[in-house]
Design a protein around this ligand. Structure first.
Ligand SMILES: Nc1ncnc2c1ncn2[C@@H]1O[C@H](COP(=O)(O)OP(=O)(O)OP(=O)(O)O)[C@@H](O)[C@H]1O
Ligand SMILES: [Mg+2]
Length: 429
Protein backbone atom coordinates (compact mmCIF):
# COMPACT_ATOMS: atom_id res chain seq x y z
CA UNK A 1 0.00 0.00 0.00
CA UNK A 2 3.03 2.27 0.06
CA UNK A 3 2.84 3.36 3.71
CA UNK A 4 6.64 3.49 3.80
CA UNK A 5 6.67 6.43 1.43
CA UNK A 6 3.93 8.16 3.37
CA UNK A 7 5.47 7.88 6.80
CA UNK A 8 6.11 11.63 7.06
CA UNK A 9 3.61 14.42 6.47
CA UNK A 10 2.06 13.44 3.21
CA UNK A 11 -0.72 15.16 1.47
CA UNK A 12 -1.04 15.05 -2.23
CA UNK A 13 -3.93 16.37 -4.21
CA UNK A 14 -6.71 18.23 -5.66
CA UNK A 15 -7.97 19.81 -8.78
CA UNK A 16 -5.00 19.18 -10.97
CA UNK A 17 -5.95 15.54 -11.34
CA UNK A 18 -4.52 13.52 -14.16
CA UNK A 19 -7.20 10.89 -13.83
CA UNK A 20 -10.53 12.04 -15.18
CA UNK A 21 -12.30 9.02 -13.73
CA UNK A 22 -11.67 10.22 -10.19
CA UNK A 23 -12.81 13.24 -8.23
CA UNK A 24 -10.84 14.61 -5.30
CA UNK A 25 -12.37 15.79 -2.04
CA UNK A 26 -10.76 17.47 0.97
CA UNK A 27 -11.66 17.55 4.65
CA UNK A 28 -10.11 20.45 6.58
CA UNK A 29 -10.28 20.34 10.38
CA UNK A 30 -9.42 23.75 11.82
CA UNK A 31 -8.87 22.97 15.50
CA UNK A 32 -7.79 25.16 18.40
CA UNK A 33 -4.45 23.39 18.69
CA UNK A 34 -4.04 21.60 15.36
CA UNK A 35 -5.10 21.94 11.74
CA UNK A 36 -5.49 18.75 9.73
CA UNK A 37 -6.36 17.93 6.15
CA UNK A 38 -7.38 14.66 4.58
CA UNK A 39 -7.83 14.19 0.84
CA UNK A 40 -9.73 11.33 -0.74
CA UNK A 41 -10.53 10.20 -4.26
CA UNK A 42 -13.98 9.13 -5.38
CA UNK A 43 -14.26 6.91 -8.44
CA UNK A 44 -17.16 6.93 -10.89
CA UNK A 45 -18.41 3.80 -9.15
CA UNK A 46 -18.42 5.68 -5.83
CA UNK A 47 -15.39 3.96 -4.27
CA UNK A 48 -13.56 6.23 -1.81
CA UNK A 49 -9.85 6.04 -0.98
CA UNK A 50 -7.81 8.33 1.20
CA UNK A 51 -4.80 9.54 -0.76
CA UNK A 52 -3.33 12.30 1.37
CA UNK A 53 -3.16 13.82 4.82
CA UNK A 54 -1.20 16.36 6.81
CA UNK A 55 -1.31 18.17 10.12
CA UNK A 56 0.25 21.26 11.64
CA UNK A 57 -0.01 23.57 14.63
CA UNK A 58 -2.95 25.95 14.68
CA UNK A 59 -2.88 29.65 15.58
CA UNK A 60 -5.50 32.32 16.24
CA UNK A 61 -8.25 29.93 17.36
CA UNK A 62 -10.01 30.24 20.73
CA UNK A 63 -12.26 27.49 22.03
CA UNK A 64 -12.90 26.22 18.53
CA UNK A 65 -13.65 29.56 16.82
CA UNK A 66 -11.38 32.00 14.99
CA UNK A 67 -10.13 34.80 17.28
CA UNK A 68 -8.48 36.51 14.32
CA UNK A 69 -8.34 35.84 10.58
CA UNK A 70 -4.61 35.80 9.90
CA UNK A 71 -3.60 33.15 12.48
CA UNK A 72 -5.77 30.27 11.26
CA UNK A 73 -5.24 31.30 7.62
CA UNK A 74 -1.47 31.13 7.95
CA UNK A 75 -1.57 27.77 9.75
CA UNK A 76 -3.84 26.32 7.07
CA UNK A 77 -1.65 27.82 4.37
CA UNK A 78 1.53 26.47 5.93
CA UNK A 79 0.10 23.00 6.51
CA UNK A 80 -1.28 22.74 2.98
CA UNK A 81 1.77 24.47 1.52
CA UNK A 82 4.13 21.83 2.87
CA UNK A 83 1.91 19.18 1.42
CA UNK A 84 1.45 20.91 -1.88
CA UNK A 85 5.20 21.28 -2.31
CA UNK A 86 5.52 17.54 -1.78
CA UNK A 87 2.67 16.57 -4.05
CA UNK A 88 2.86 19.37 -6.59
CA UNK A 89 -0.89 19.90 -6.47
CA UNK A 90 -3.33 22.30 -4.87
CA UNK A 91 -6.29 22.18 -2.52
CA UNK A 92 -8.83 24.76 -3.65
CA UNK A 93 -11.96 23.80 -1.72
CA UNK A 94 -12.86 21.69 1.28
CA UNK A 95 -15.47 20.59 3.75
CA UNK A 96 -14.43 22.49 6.89
CA UNK A 97 -15.06 21.78 10.59
CA UNK A 98 -16.97 24.28 12.73
CA UNK A 99 -16.83 24.15 16.51
CA UNK A 100 -17.59 26.07 19.69
CA UNK A 101 -20.34 26.22 22.27
CA UNK A 102 -22.29 28.53 19.93
CA UNK A 103 -23.39 25.48 17.91
CA UNK A 104 -27.00 24.68 18.70
CA UNK A 105 -29.37 21.85 18.02
CA UNK A 106 -33.02 23.01 17.90
CA UNK A 107 -36.11 20.83 17.52
CA UNK A 108 -38.70 22.35 15.17
CA UNK A 109 -41.89 21.43 13.37
CA UNK A 110 -43.53 22.64 10.18
CA UNK A 111 -46.63 22.00 8.13
CA UNK A 112 -47.65 22.78 4.53
CA UNK A 113 -50.62 22.08 2.28
CA UNK A 114 -49.40 20.27 -0.82
CA UNK A 115 -52.58 20.19 -2.91
CA UNK A 116 -55.08 17.45 -3.49
CA UNK A 117 -54.94 14.00 -1.93
CA UNK A 118 -53.66 12.57 -5.26
CA UNK A 119 -50.58 14.81 -5.14
CA UNK A 120 -47.34 12.81 -4.90
CA UNK A 121 -44.79 14.31 -2.53
CA UNK A 122 -41.60 15.42 -4.28
CA UNK A 123 -38.29 17.09 -3.36
CA UNK A 124 -39.81 20.56 -3.74
CA UNK A 125 -42.44 19.77 -1.11
CA UNK A 126 -39.71 18.59 1.27
CA UNK A 127 -37.71 21.79 0.73
CA UNK A 128 -40.84 23.86 1.31
CA UNK A 129 -41.83 22.12 4.54
CA UNK A 130 -38.22 22.39 5.80
CA UNK A 131 -38.28 26.11 5.08
CA UNK A 132 -41.47 26.47 7.11
CA UNK A 133 -39.88 24.53 9.99
CA UNK A 134 -36.82 26.80 9.94
CA UNK A 135 -38.22 30.25 9.15
CA UNK A 136 -38.72 32.31 12.26
CA UNK A 137 -37.55 29.48 14.56
CA UNK A 138 -33.84 30.17 14.25
CA UNK A 139 -32.63 33.63 15.30
CA UNK A 140 -31.53 35.89 12.45
CA UNK A 141 -27.92 36.01 13.68
CA UNK A 142 -27.54 32.25 13.07
CA UNK A 143 -26.65 30.27 9.95
CA UNK A 144 -28.43 26.97 9.47
CA UNK A 145 -25.78 24.30 8.99
CA UNK A 146 -28.11 21.35 8.58
CA UNK A 147 -31.78 20.46 8.78
CA UNK A 148 -32.19 16.84 9.83
CA UNK A 149 -35.71 15.55 9.15
CA UNK A 150 -36.60 13.20 12.00
CA UNK A 151 -40.12 12.32 10.99
CA UNK A 152 -42.80 13.29 8.46
CA UNK A 153 -46.56 13.02 8.74
CA UNK A 154 -49.00 12.91 5.82
CA UNK A 155 -52.58 13.95 6.51
CA UNK A 156 -51.96 13.40 10.21
CA UNK A 157 -50.38 9.97 9.85
CA UNK A 158 -46.90 10.17 11.40
CA UNK A 159 -43.85 7.93 11.57
CA UNK A 160 -42.93 8.43 7.90
CA UNK A 161 -39.19 8.53 7.19
CA UNK A 162 -39.25 9.12 3.42
CA UNK A 163 -42.50 10.49 2.01
CA UNK A 164 -41.23 10.92 -1.60
CA UNK A 165 -43.81 9.49 -4.02
CA UNK A 166 -46.45 9.07 -1.29
CA UNK A 167 -49.85 10.72 -1.68
CA UNK A 168 -51.35 13.28 0.65
CA UNK A 169 -52.69 16.82 0.93
CA UNK A 170 -51.00 17.98 4.13
CA UNK A 171 -47.32 17.41 4.89
CA UNK A 172 -45.80 17.87 8.34
CA UNK A 173 -42.17 17.61 9.45
CA UNK A 174 -40.40 17.19 12.77
CA UNK A 175 -36.77 18.20 12.39
CA UNK A 176 -33.52 18.90 14.17
CA UNK A 177 -31.96 22.16 12.99
CA UNK A 178 -28.23 22.63 13.57
CA UNK A 179 -27.14 26.26 13.60
CA UNK A 180 -24.12 28.41 14.41
CA UNK A 181 -23.62 32.12 14.97
CA UNK A 182 -23.35 33.87 11.60
CA UNK A 183 -20.24 35.92 12.51
CA UNK A 184 -18.38 32.72 13.44
CA UNK A 185 -19.38 31.07 10.18
CA UNK A 186 -18.35 34.15 8.23
CA UNK A 187 -15.01 34.38 9.96
CA UNK A 188 -14.27 30.71 9.42
CA UNK A 189 -15.03 31.01 5.71
CA UNK A 190 -12.99 34.19 5.46
CA UNK A 191 -10.01 32.61 7.16
CA UNK A 192 -9.99 29.53 4.91
CA UNK A 193 -10.54 31.79 1.90
CA UNK A 194 -7.52 33.84 2.95
CA UNK A 195 -5.61 30.55 2.65
CA UNK A 196 -7.15 30.12 -0.85
CA UNK A 197 -9.48 27.33 0.25
CA UNK A 198 -13.20 27.73 -0.37
CA UNK A 199 -15.28 26.29 2.49
CA UNK A 200 -17.90 24.28 0.59
CA UNK A 201 -19.69 23.27 3.78
CA UNK A 202 -19.23 23.89 7.49
CA UNK A 203 -19.80 20.73 9.53
CA UNK A 204 -19.80 20.54 13.35
CA UNK A 205 -16.73 18.59 14.47
CA UNK A 206 -18.62 15.82 16.28
CA UNK A 207 -20.85 15.28 13.23
CA UNK A 208 -17.78 14.97 11.02
CA UNK A 209 -16.12 12.60 13.49
CA UNK A 210 -19.30 10.50 13.60
CA UNK A 211 -19.11 9.95 9.83
CA UNK A 212 -15.64 8.45 10.25
CA UNK A 213 -16.05 6.35 13.40
CA UNK A 214 -19.67 5.13 13.55
CA UNK A 215 -21.37 2.25 11.81
CA UNK A 216 -24.89 2.51 10.42
CA UNK A 217 -26.03 -0.03 12.99
CA UNK A 218 -24.75 2.09 15.87
CA UNK A 219 -26.52 5.15 14.45
CA UNK A 220 -29.71 3.18 14.11
CA UNK A 221 -29.68 1.77 17.65
CA UNK A 222 -28.54 4.89 19.51
CA UNK A 223 -25.00 6.11 20.10
CA UNK A 224 -23.07 9.26 21.03
CA UNK A 225 -19.76 10.49 19.67
CA UNK A 226 -17.64 12.65 21.93
CA UNK A 227 -14.78 14.48 20.24
CA UNK A 228 -12.36 15.66 22.91
CA UNK A 229 -10.06 18.25 21.44
CA UNK A 230 -7.66 20.73 22.98
CA UNK A 231 -10.19 23.39 24.06
CA UNK A 232 -13.58 21.86 23.30
CA UNK A 233 -15.45 18.61 23.83
CA UNK A 234 -18.16 18.13 21.20
CA UNK A 235 -21.07 15.74 21.33
CA UNK A 236 -23.25 14.26 18.58
CA UNK A 237 -26.08 11.82 19.34
CA UNK A 238 -27.62 9.48 16.75
CA UNK A 239 -30.73 7.34 16.91
CA UNK A 240 -32.90 5.77 14.21
CA UNK A 241 -30.09 6.63 11.83
CA UNK A 242 -30.55 10.38 12.36
CA UNK A 243 -28.55 13.10 14.05
CA UNK A 244 -30.65 13.86 17.13
CA UNK A 245 -28.48 16.29 19.03
CA UNK A 246 -25.29 18.34 18.82
CA UNK A 247 -23.67 20.18 21.72
CA UNK A 248 -20.25 21.53 22.63
CA UNK A 249 -18.62 21.86 26.07
CA UNK A 250 -16.10 24.74 25.99
CA UNK A 251 -13.28 22.81 27.68
CA UNK A 252 -10.89 20.12 26.49
CA UNK A 253 -7.62 18.33 27.06
CA UNK A 254 -5.53 21.53 27.15
CA UNK A 255 -7.35 22.52 30.32
CA UNK A 256 -5.74 19.49 31.97
CA UNK A 257 -2.28 20.59 30.80
CA UNK A 258 -2.88 24.14 32.07
CA UNK A 259 -4.07 22.90 35.47
CA UNK A 260 -0.99 20.69 35.82
CA UNK A 261 1.30 23.59 34.87
CA UNK A 262 -0.29 25.87 37.47
CA UNK A 263 -0.64 23.40 40.35
CA UNK A 264 2.80 21.83 39.90
CA UNK A 265 4.41 25.18 38.98
CA UNK A 266 6.01 23.73 35.85
CA UNK A 267 6.20 24.75 32.18
CA UNK A 268 3.29 23.87 29.87
CA UNK A 269 5.69 21.62 27.90
CA UNK A 270 6.52 19.61 30.97
CA UNK A 271 2.85 19.45 31.97
CA UNK A 272 2.02 18.15 28.48
CA UNK A 273 4.72 15.51 28.76
CA UNK A 274 3.37 14.34 32.11
CA UNK A 275 -0.17 14.21 30.72
CA UNK A 276 0.65 12.36 27.52
CA UNK A 277 3.30 9.96 28.89
CA UNK A 278 2.35 9.19 32.46
CA UNK A 279 -1.30 9.88 33.18
CA UNK A 280 -3.85 7.09 32.97
CA UNK A 281 -7.62 7.47 33.10
CA UNK A 282 -7.74 4.33 35.26
CA UNK A 283 -6.76 6.41 38.29
CA UNK A 284 -4.79 4.44 40.83
CA UNK A 285 -4.10 1.64 38.33
CA UNK A 286 -0.45 2.65 37.91
CA UNK A 287 1.04 1.71 41.25
CA UNK A 288 4.28 3.61 40.79
CA UNK A 289 3.95 6.45 43.34
CA UNK A 290 6.43 8.69 41.51
CA UNK A 291 6.58 10.22 38.06
CA UNK A 292 10.13 10.98 36.95
CA UNK A 293 10.95 13.27 34.08
CA UNK A 294 14.55 13.50 32.96
CA UNK A 295 15.51 16.07 30.36
CA UNK A 296 18.86 15.67 28.69
CA UNK A 297 21.45 17.81 30.40
CA UNK A 298 18.97 18.82 33.11
CA UNK A 299 18.28 17.45 36.54
CA UNK A 300 15.54 14.84 36.80
CA UNK A 301 12.22 16.11 38.15
CA UNK A 302 10.06 13.93 40.35
CA UNK A 303 6.32 14.33 40.95
CA UNK A 304 3.93 12.55 43.29
CA UNK A 305 1.59 10.49 41.13
CA UNK A 306 -1.20 11.04 43.65
CA UNK A 307 -0.94 14.81 43.30
CA UNK A 308 -0.84 14.64 39.49
CA UNK A 309 -3.82 12.30 39.39
CA UNK A 310 -5.87 14.57 41.65
CA UNK A 311 -5.39 17.51 39.28
CA UNK A 312 -6.21 15.49 36.15
CA UNK A 313 -9.18 13.75 37.73
CA UNK A 314 -10.72 17.03 38.93
CA UNK A 315 -10.64 18.51 35.42
CA UNK A 316 -11.82 15.33 33.69
CA UNK A 317 -14.65 15.13 36.24
CA UNK A 318 -15.70 18.64 35.37
CA UNK A 319 -15.58 18.08 31.59
CA UNK A 320 -17.43 14.77 31.66
CA UNK A 321 -20.09 16.02 34.07
CA UNK A 322 -20.75 18.88 31.61
CA UNK A 323 -21.02 16.27 28.85
CA UNK A 324 -23.40 14.29 30.98
CA UNK A 325 -25.53 17.36 31.65
CA UNK A 326 -25.81 17.96 27.91
CA UNK A 327 -26.78 14.34 27.25
CA UNK A 328 -29.37 14.66 30.00
CA UNK A 329 -30.82 17.84 28.51
CA UNK A 330 -31.09 15.99 25.20
CA UNK A 331 -32.73 13.08 27.13
CA UNK A 332 -30.03 10.65 26.04
CA UNK A 333 -28.14 10.14 29.32
CA UNK A 334 -29.70 6.72 29.93
CA UNK A 335 -30.66 5.85 26.39
CA UNK A 336 -27.63 4.87 24.36
CA UNK A 337 -27.69 1.12 23.60
CA UNK A 338 -24.49 1.35 21.53
CA UNK A 339 -22.81 3.49 24.20
CA UNK A 340 -20.33 6.28 23.64
CA UNK A 341 -17.49 6.55 21.16
CA UNK A 342 -14.73 8.81 22.39
CA UNK A 343 -12.42 10.38 19.83
CA UNK A 344 -10.18 13.43 19.17
CA UNK A 345 -6.65 14.06 20.48
CA UNK A 346 -7.88 14.09 24.10
CA UNK A 347 -9.07 10.47 23.68
CA UNK A 348 -5.44 9.40 23.42
CA UNK A 349 -4.96 9.62 27.18
CA UNK A 350 -4.21 6.11 28.36
CA UNK A 351 -7.34 4.37 29.72
CA UNK A 352 -9.48 7.50 29.45
CA UNK A 353 -12.36 5.20 28.46
CA UNK A 354 -12.21 3.64 31.93
CA UNK A 355 -12.84 7.04 33.50
CA UNK A 356 -15.48 8.06 30.93
CA UNK A 357 -17.39 4.80 31.48
CA UNK A 358 -17.68 5.47 35.20
CA UNK A 359 -18.68 9.11 34.91
CA UNK A 360 -21.09 8.72 32.02
CA UNK A 361 -22.43 5.33 33.16
CA UNK A 362 -22.35 3.97 29.63
CA UNK A 363 -20.16 1.65 27.57
CA UNK A 364 -17.28 3.71 26.17
CA UNK A 365 -14.93 2.84 23.32
CA UNK A 366 -12.19 4.83 21.59
CA UNK A 367 -13.15 5.68 18.01
CA UNK A 368 -10.71 5.79 15.12
CA UNK A 369 -11.55 6.18 11.41
CA UNK A 370 -12.40 2.81 9.91
CA UNK A 371 -10.34 1.15 7.17
CA UNK A 372 -10.92 2.75 3.81
CA UNK A 373 -8.03 1.65 1.64
CA UNK A 374 -5.45 4.03 0.25
CA UNK A 375 -3.24 5.49 2.97
CA UNK A 376 -5.99 5.17 5.51
CA UNK A 377 -3.83 3.31 8.03
CA UNK A 378 -1.88 6.50 8.56
CA UNK A 379 -5.02 8.35 9.63
CA UNK A 380 -6.49 5.59 11.77
CA UNK A 381 -5.95 7.73 14.85
CA UNK A 382 -8.51 9.47 17.09
CA UNK A 383 -7.18 12.93 16.22
CA UNK A 384 -7.87 12.35 12.52
CA UNK A 385 -11.55 11.37 12.93
CA UNK A 386 -12.86 14.87 12.13
CA UNK A 387 -10.72 15.46 9.03
CA UNK A 388 -11.44 11.95 7.67
CA UNK A 389 -15.16 12.37 8.37
CA UNK A 390 -15.21 15.69 6.53
CA UNK A 391 -13.58 14.11 3.46
CA UNK A 392 -16.07 11.22 3.61
CA UNK A 393 -19.05 13.60 3.84
CA UNK A 394 -17.72 15.45 0.80
CA UNK A 395 -17.41 12.11 -0.99
CA UNK A 396 -20.98 11.18 0.02
CA UNK A 397 -22.22 14.38 -1.58
CA UNK A 398 -20.36 13.61 -4.82
CA UNK A 399 -21.91 10.14 -4.84
CA UNK A 400 -25.38 11.60 -4.29
CA UNK A 401 -24.85 14.11 -7.10
CA UNK A 402 -23.70 11.44 -9.57
CA UNK A 403 -26.21 11.23 -12.40
CA UNK A 404 -26.02 7.44 -12.43
CA UNK A 405 -27.17 7.04 -8.84
CA UNK A 406 -30.83 6.35 -8.25
CA UNK A 407 -32.86 9.30 -7.05
CA UNK A 408 -32.56 9.81 -3.33
CA UNK A 409 -34.78 12.14 -1.45
CA UNK A 410 -32.60 12.38 1.62
CA UNK A 411 -29.70 14.79 1.42
CA UNK A 412 -26.97 13.90 3.93
CA UNK A 413 -25.93 17.52 4.27
CA UNK A 414 -28.36 20.35 3.83
CA UNK A 415 -27.10 23.19 1.71
CA UNK A 416 -26.60 26.32 3.78
CA UNK A 417 -29.77 28.31 3.88
CA UNK A 418 -28.08 31.51 2.88
CA UNK A 419 -26.57 31.05 -0.59
CA UNK A 420 -26.56 34.80 -1.04
CA UNK A 421 -24.21 34.96 1.91
CA UNK A 422 -21.64 32.87 0.03
CA UNK A 423 -21.91 35.18 -2.96
CA UNK A 424 -21.49 38.19 -0.72
CA UNK A 425 -18.51 36.70 1.04
CA UNK A 426 -16.68 35.45 -2.01
CA UNK A 427 -17.21 38.68 -3.90
CA UNK A 428 -15.00 40.29 -1.28
CA UNK A 429 -12.00 38.21 -2.35
N1 LIG B 1 -1.33 10.82 24.36
C1 LIG B 1 -2.12 11.81 24.75
N2 LIG B 1 -2.67 11.80 25.98
C2 LIG B 1 -3.46 12.80 26.41
N3 LIG B 1 -3.77 13.87 25.66
C3 LIG B 1 -3.26 13.93 24.43
C4 LIG B 1 -2.42 12.93 23.89
N4 LIG B 1 -2.08 13.26 22.64
C5 LIG B 1 -2.68 14.45 22.38
N5 LIG B 1 -3.39 14.86 23.44
C6 LIG B 1 -4.13 16.10 23.60
O1 LIG B 1 -5.07 16.27 22.55
C7 LIG B 1 -5.34 17.66 22.38
C8 LIG B 1 -5.31 17.98 20.90
O2 LIG B 1 -6.36 17.29 20.30
P1 LIG B 1 -6.97 17.75 18.90
O3 LIG B 1 -5.87 17.87 17.92
O4 LIG B 1 -8.09 16.83 18.60
O5 LIG B 1 -7.48 19.20 19.30
P2 LIG B 1 -8.00 20.38 18.36
O6 LIG B 1 -8.86 19.79 17.30
O7 LIG B 1 -6.87 21.21 17.92
O8 LIG B 1 -8.86 21.21 19.41
P3 LIG B 1 -10.43 21.56 19.42
O9 LIG B 1 -11.16 20.44 18.75
O10 LIG B 1 -10.79 21.69 20.87
O11 LIG B 1 -10.57 22.86 18.70
C9 LIG B 1 -4.25 18.40 23.14
O12 LIG B 1 -4.80 18.94 24.33
C10 LIG B 1 -3.24 17.31 23.46
O13 LIG B 1 -2.55 17.54 24.66
MG1 LIG C 1 -10.87 19.33 17.11
Amino acid sequence: MGEEKLAGPALVCYNKTMDNDKRFVTGLDVGTENVRAVVATVTKEGAVAIVGYNEGKSAGMRKGVPANLTGPASSIDKMLGEAERMGGIEVRSAYVSINGSQILSTRTEGMIAVGTVEHEIDDKDLDRVEDVAVTGRIPANRDVLDVVPLEYALDGQGGIKDPIGMSGARLEIRANVISALTPNCENLKKTTMAADVEAKRLIPTAVAAARAVLTERQKENGVAVIDMGAATTSIAVYEEGDLQYVGVVPAGSNNITNDLAIVLAISPDMAEEIKTRFVTGGFGSDKNPLIRIGKEGKAERTFERKEVEEVVKARLDEIFSEVRKKLKTAKYDQRLPEGIILTGGGAKMRDIEVFAKETLEAAVKIGVPQSLGGVSEAVEKPEYSVAVGLALLAADQINLDMPSTTKKSKKPIKTLKAPSFFKKLFSKF
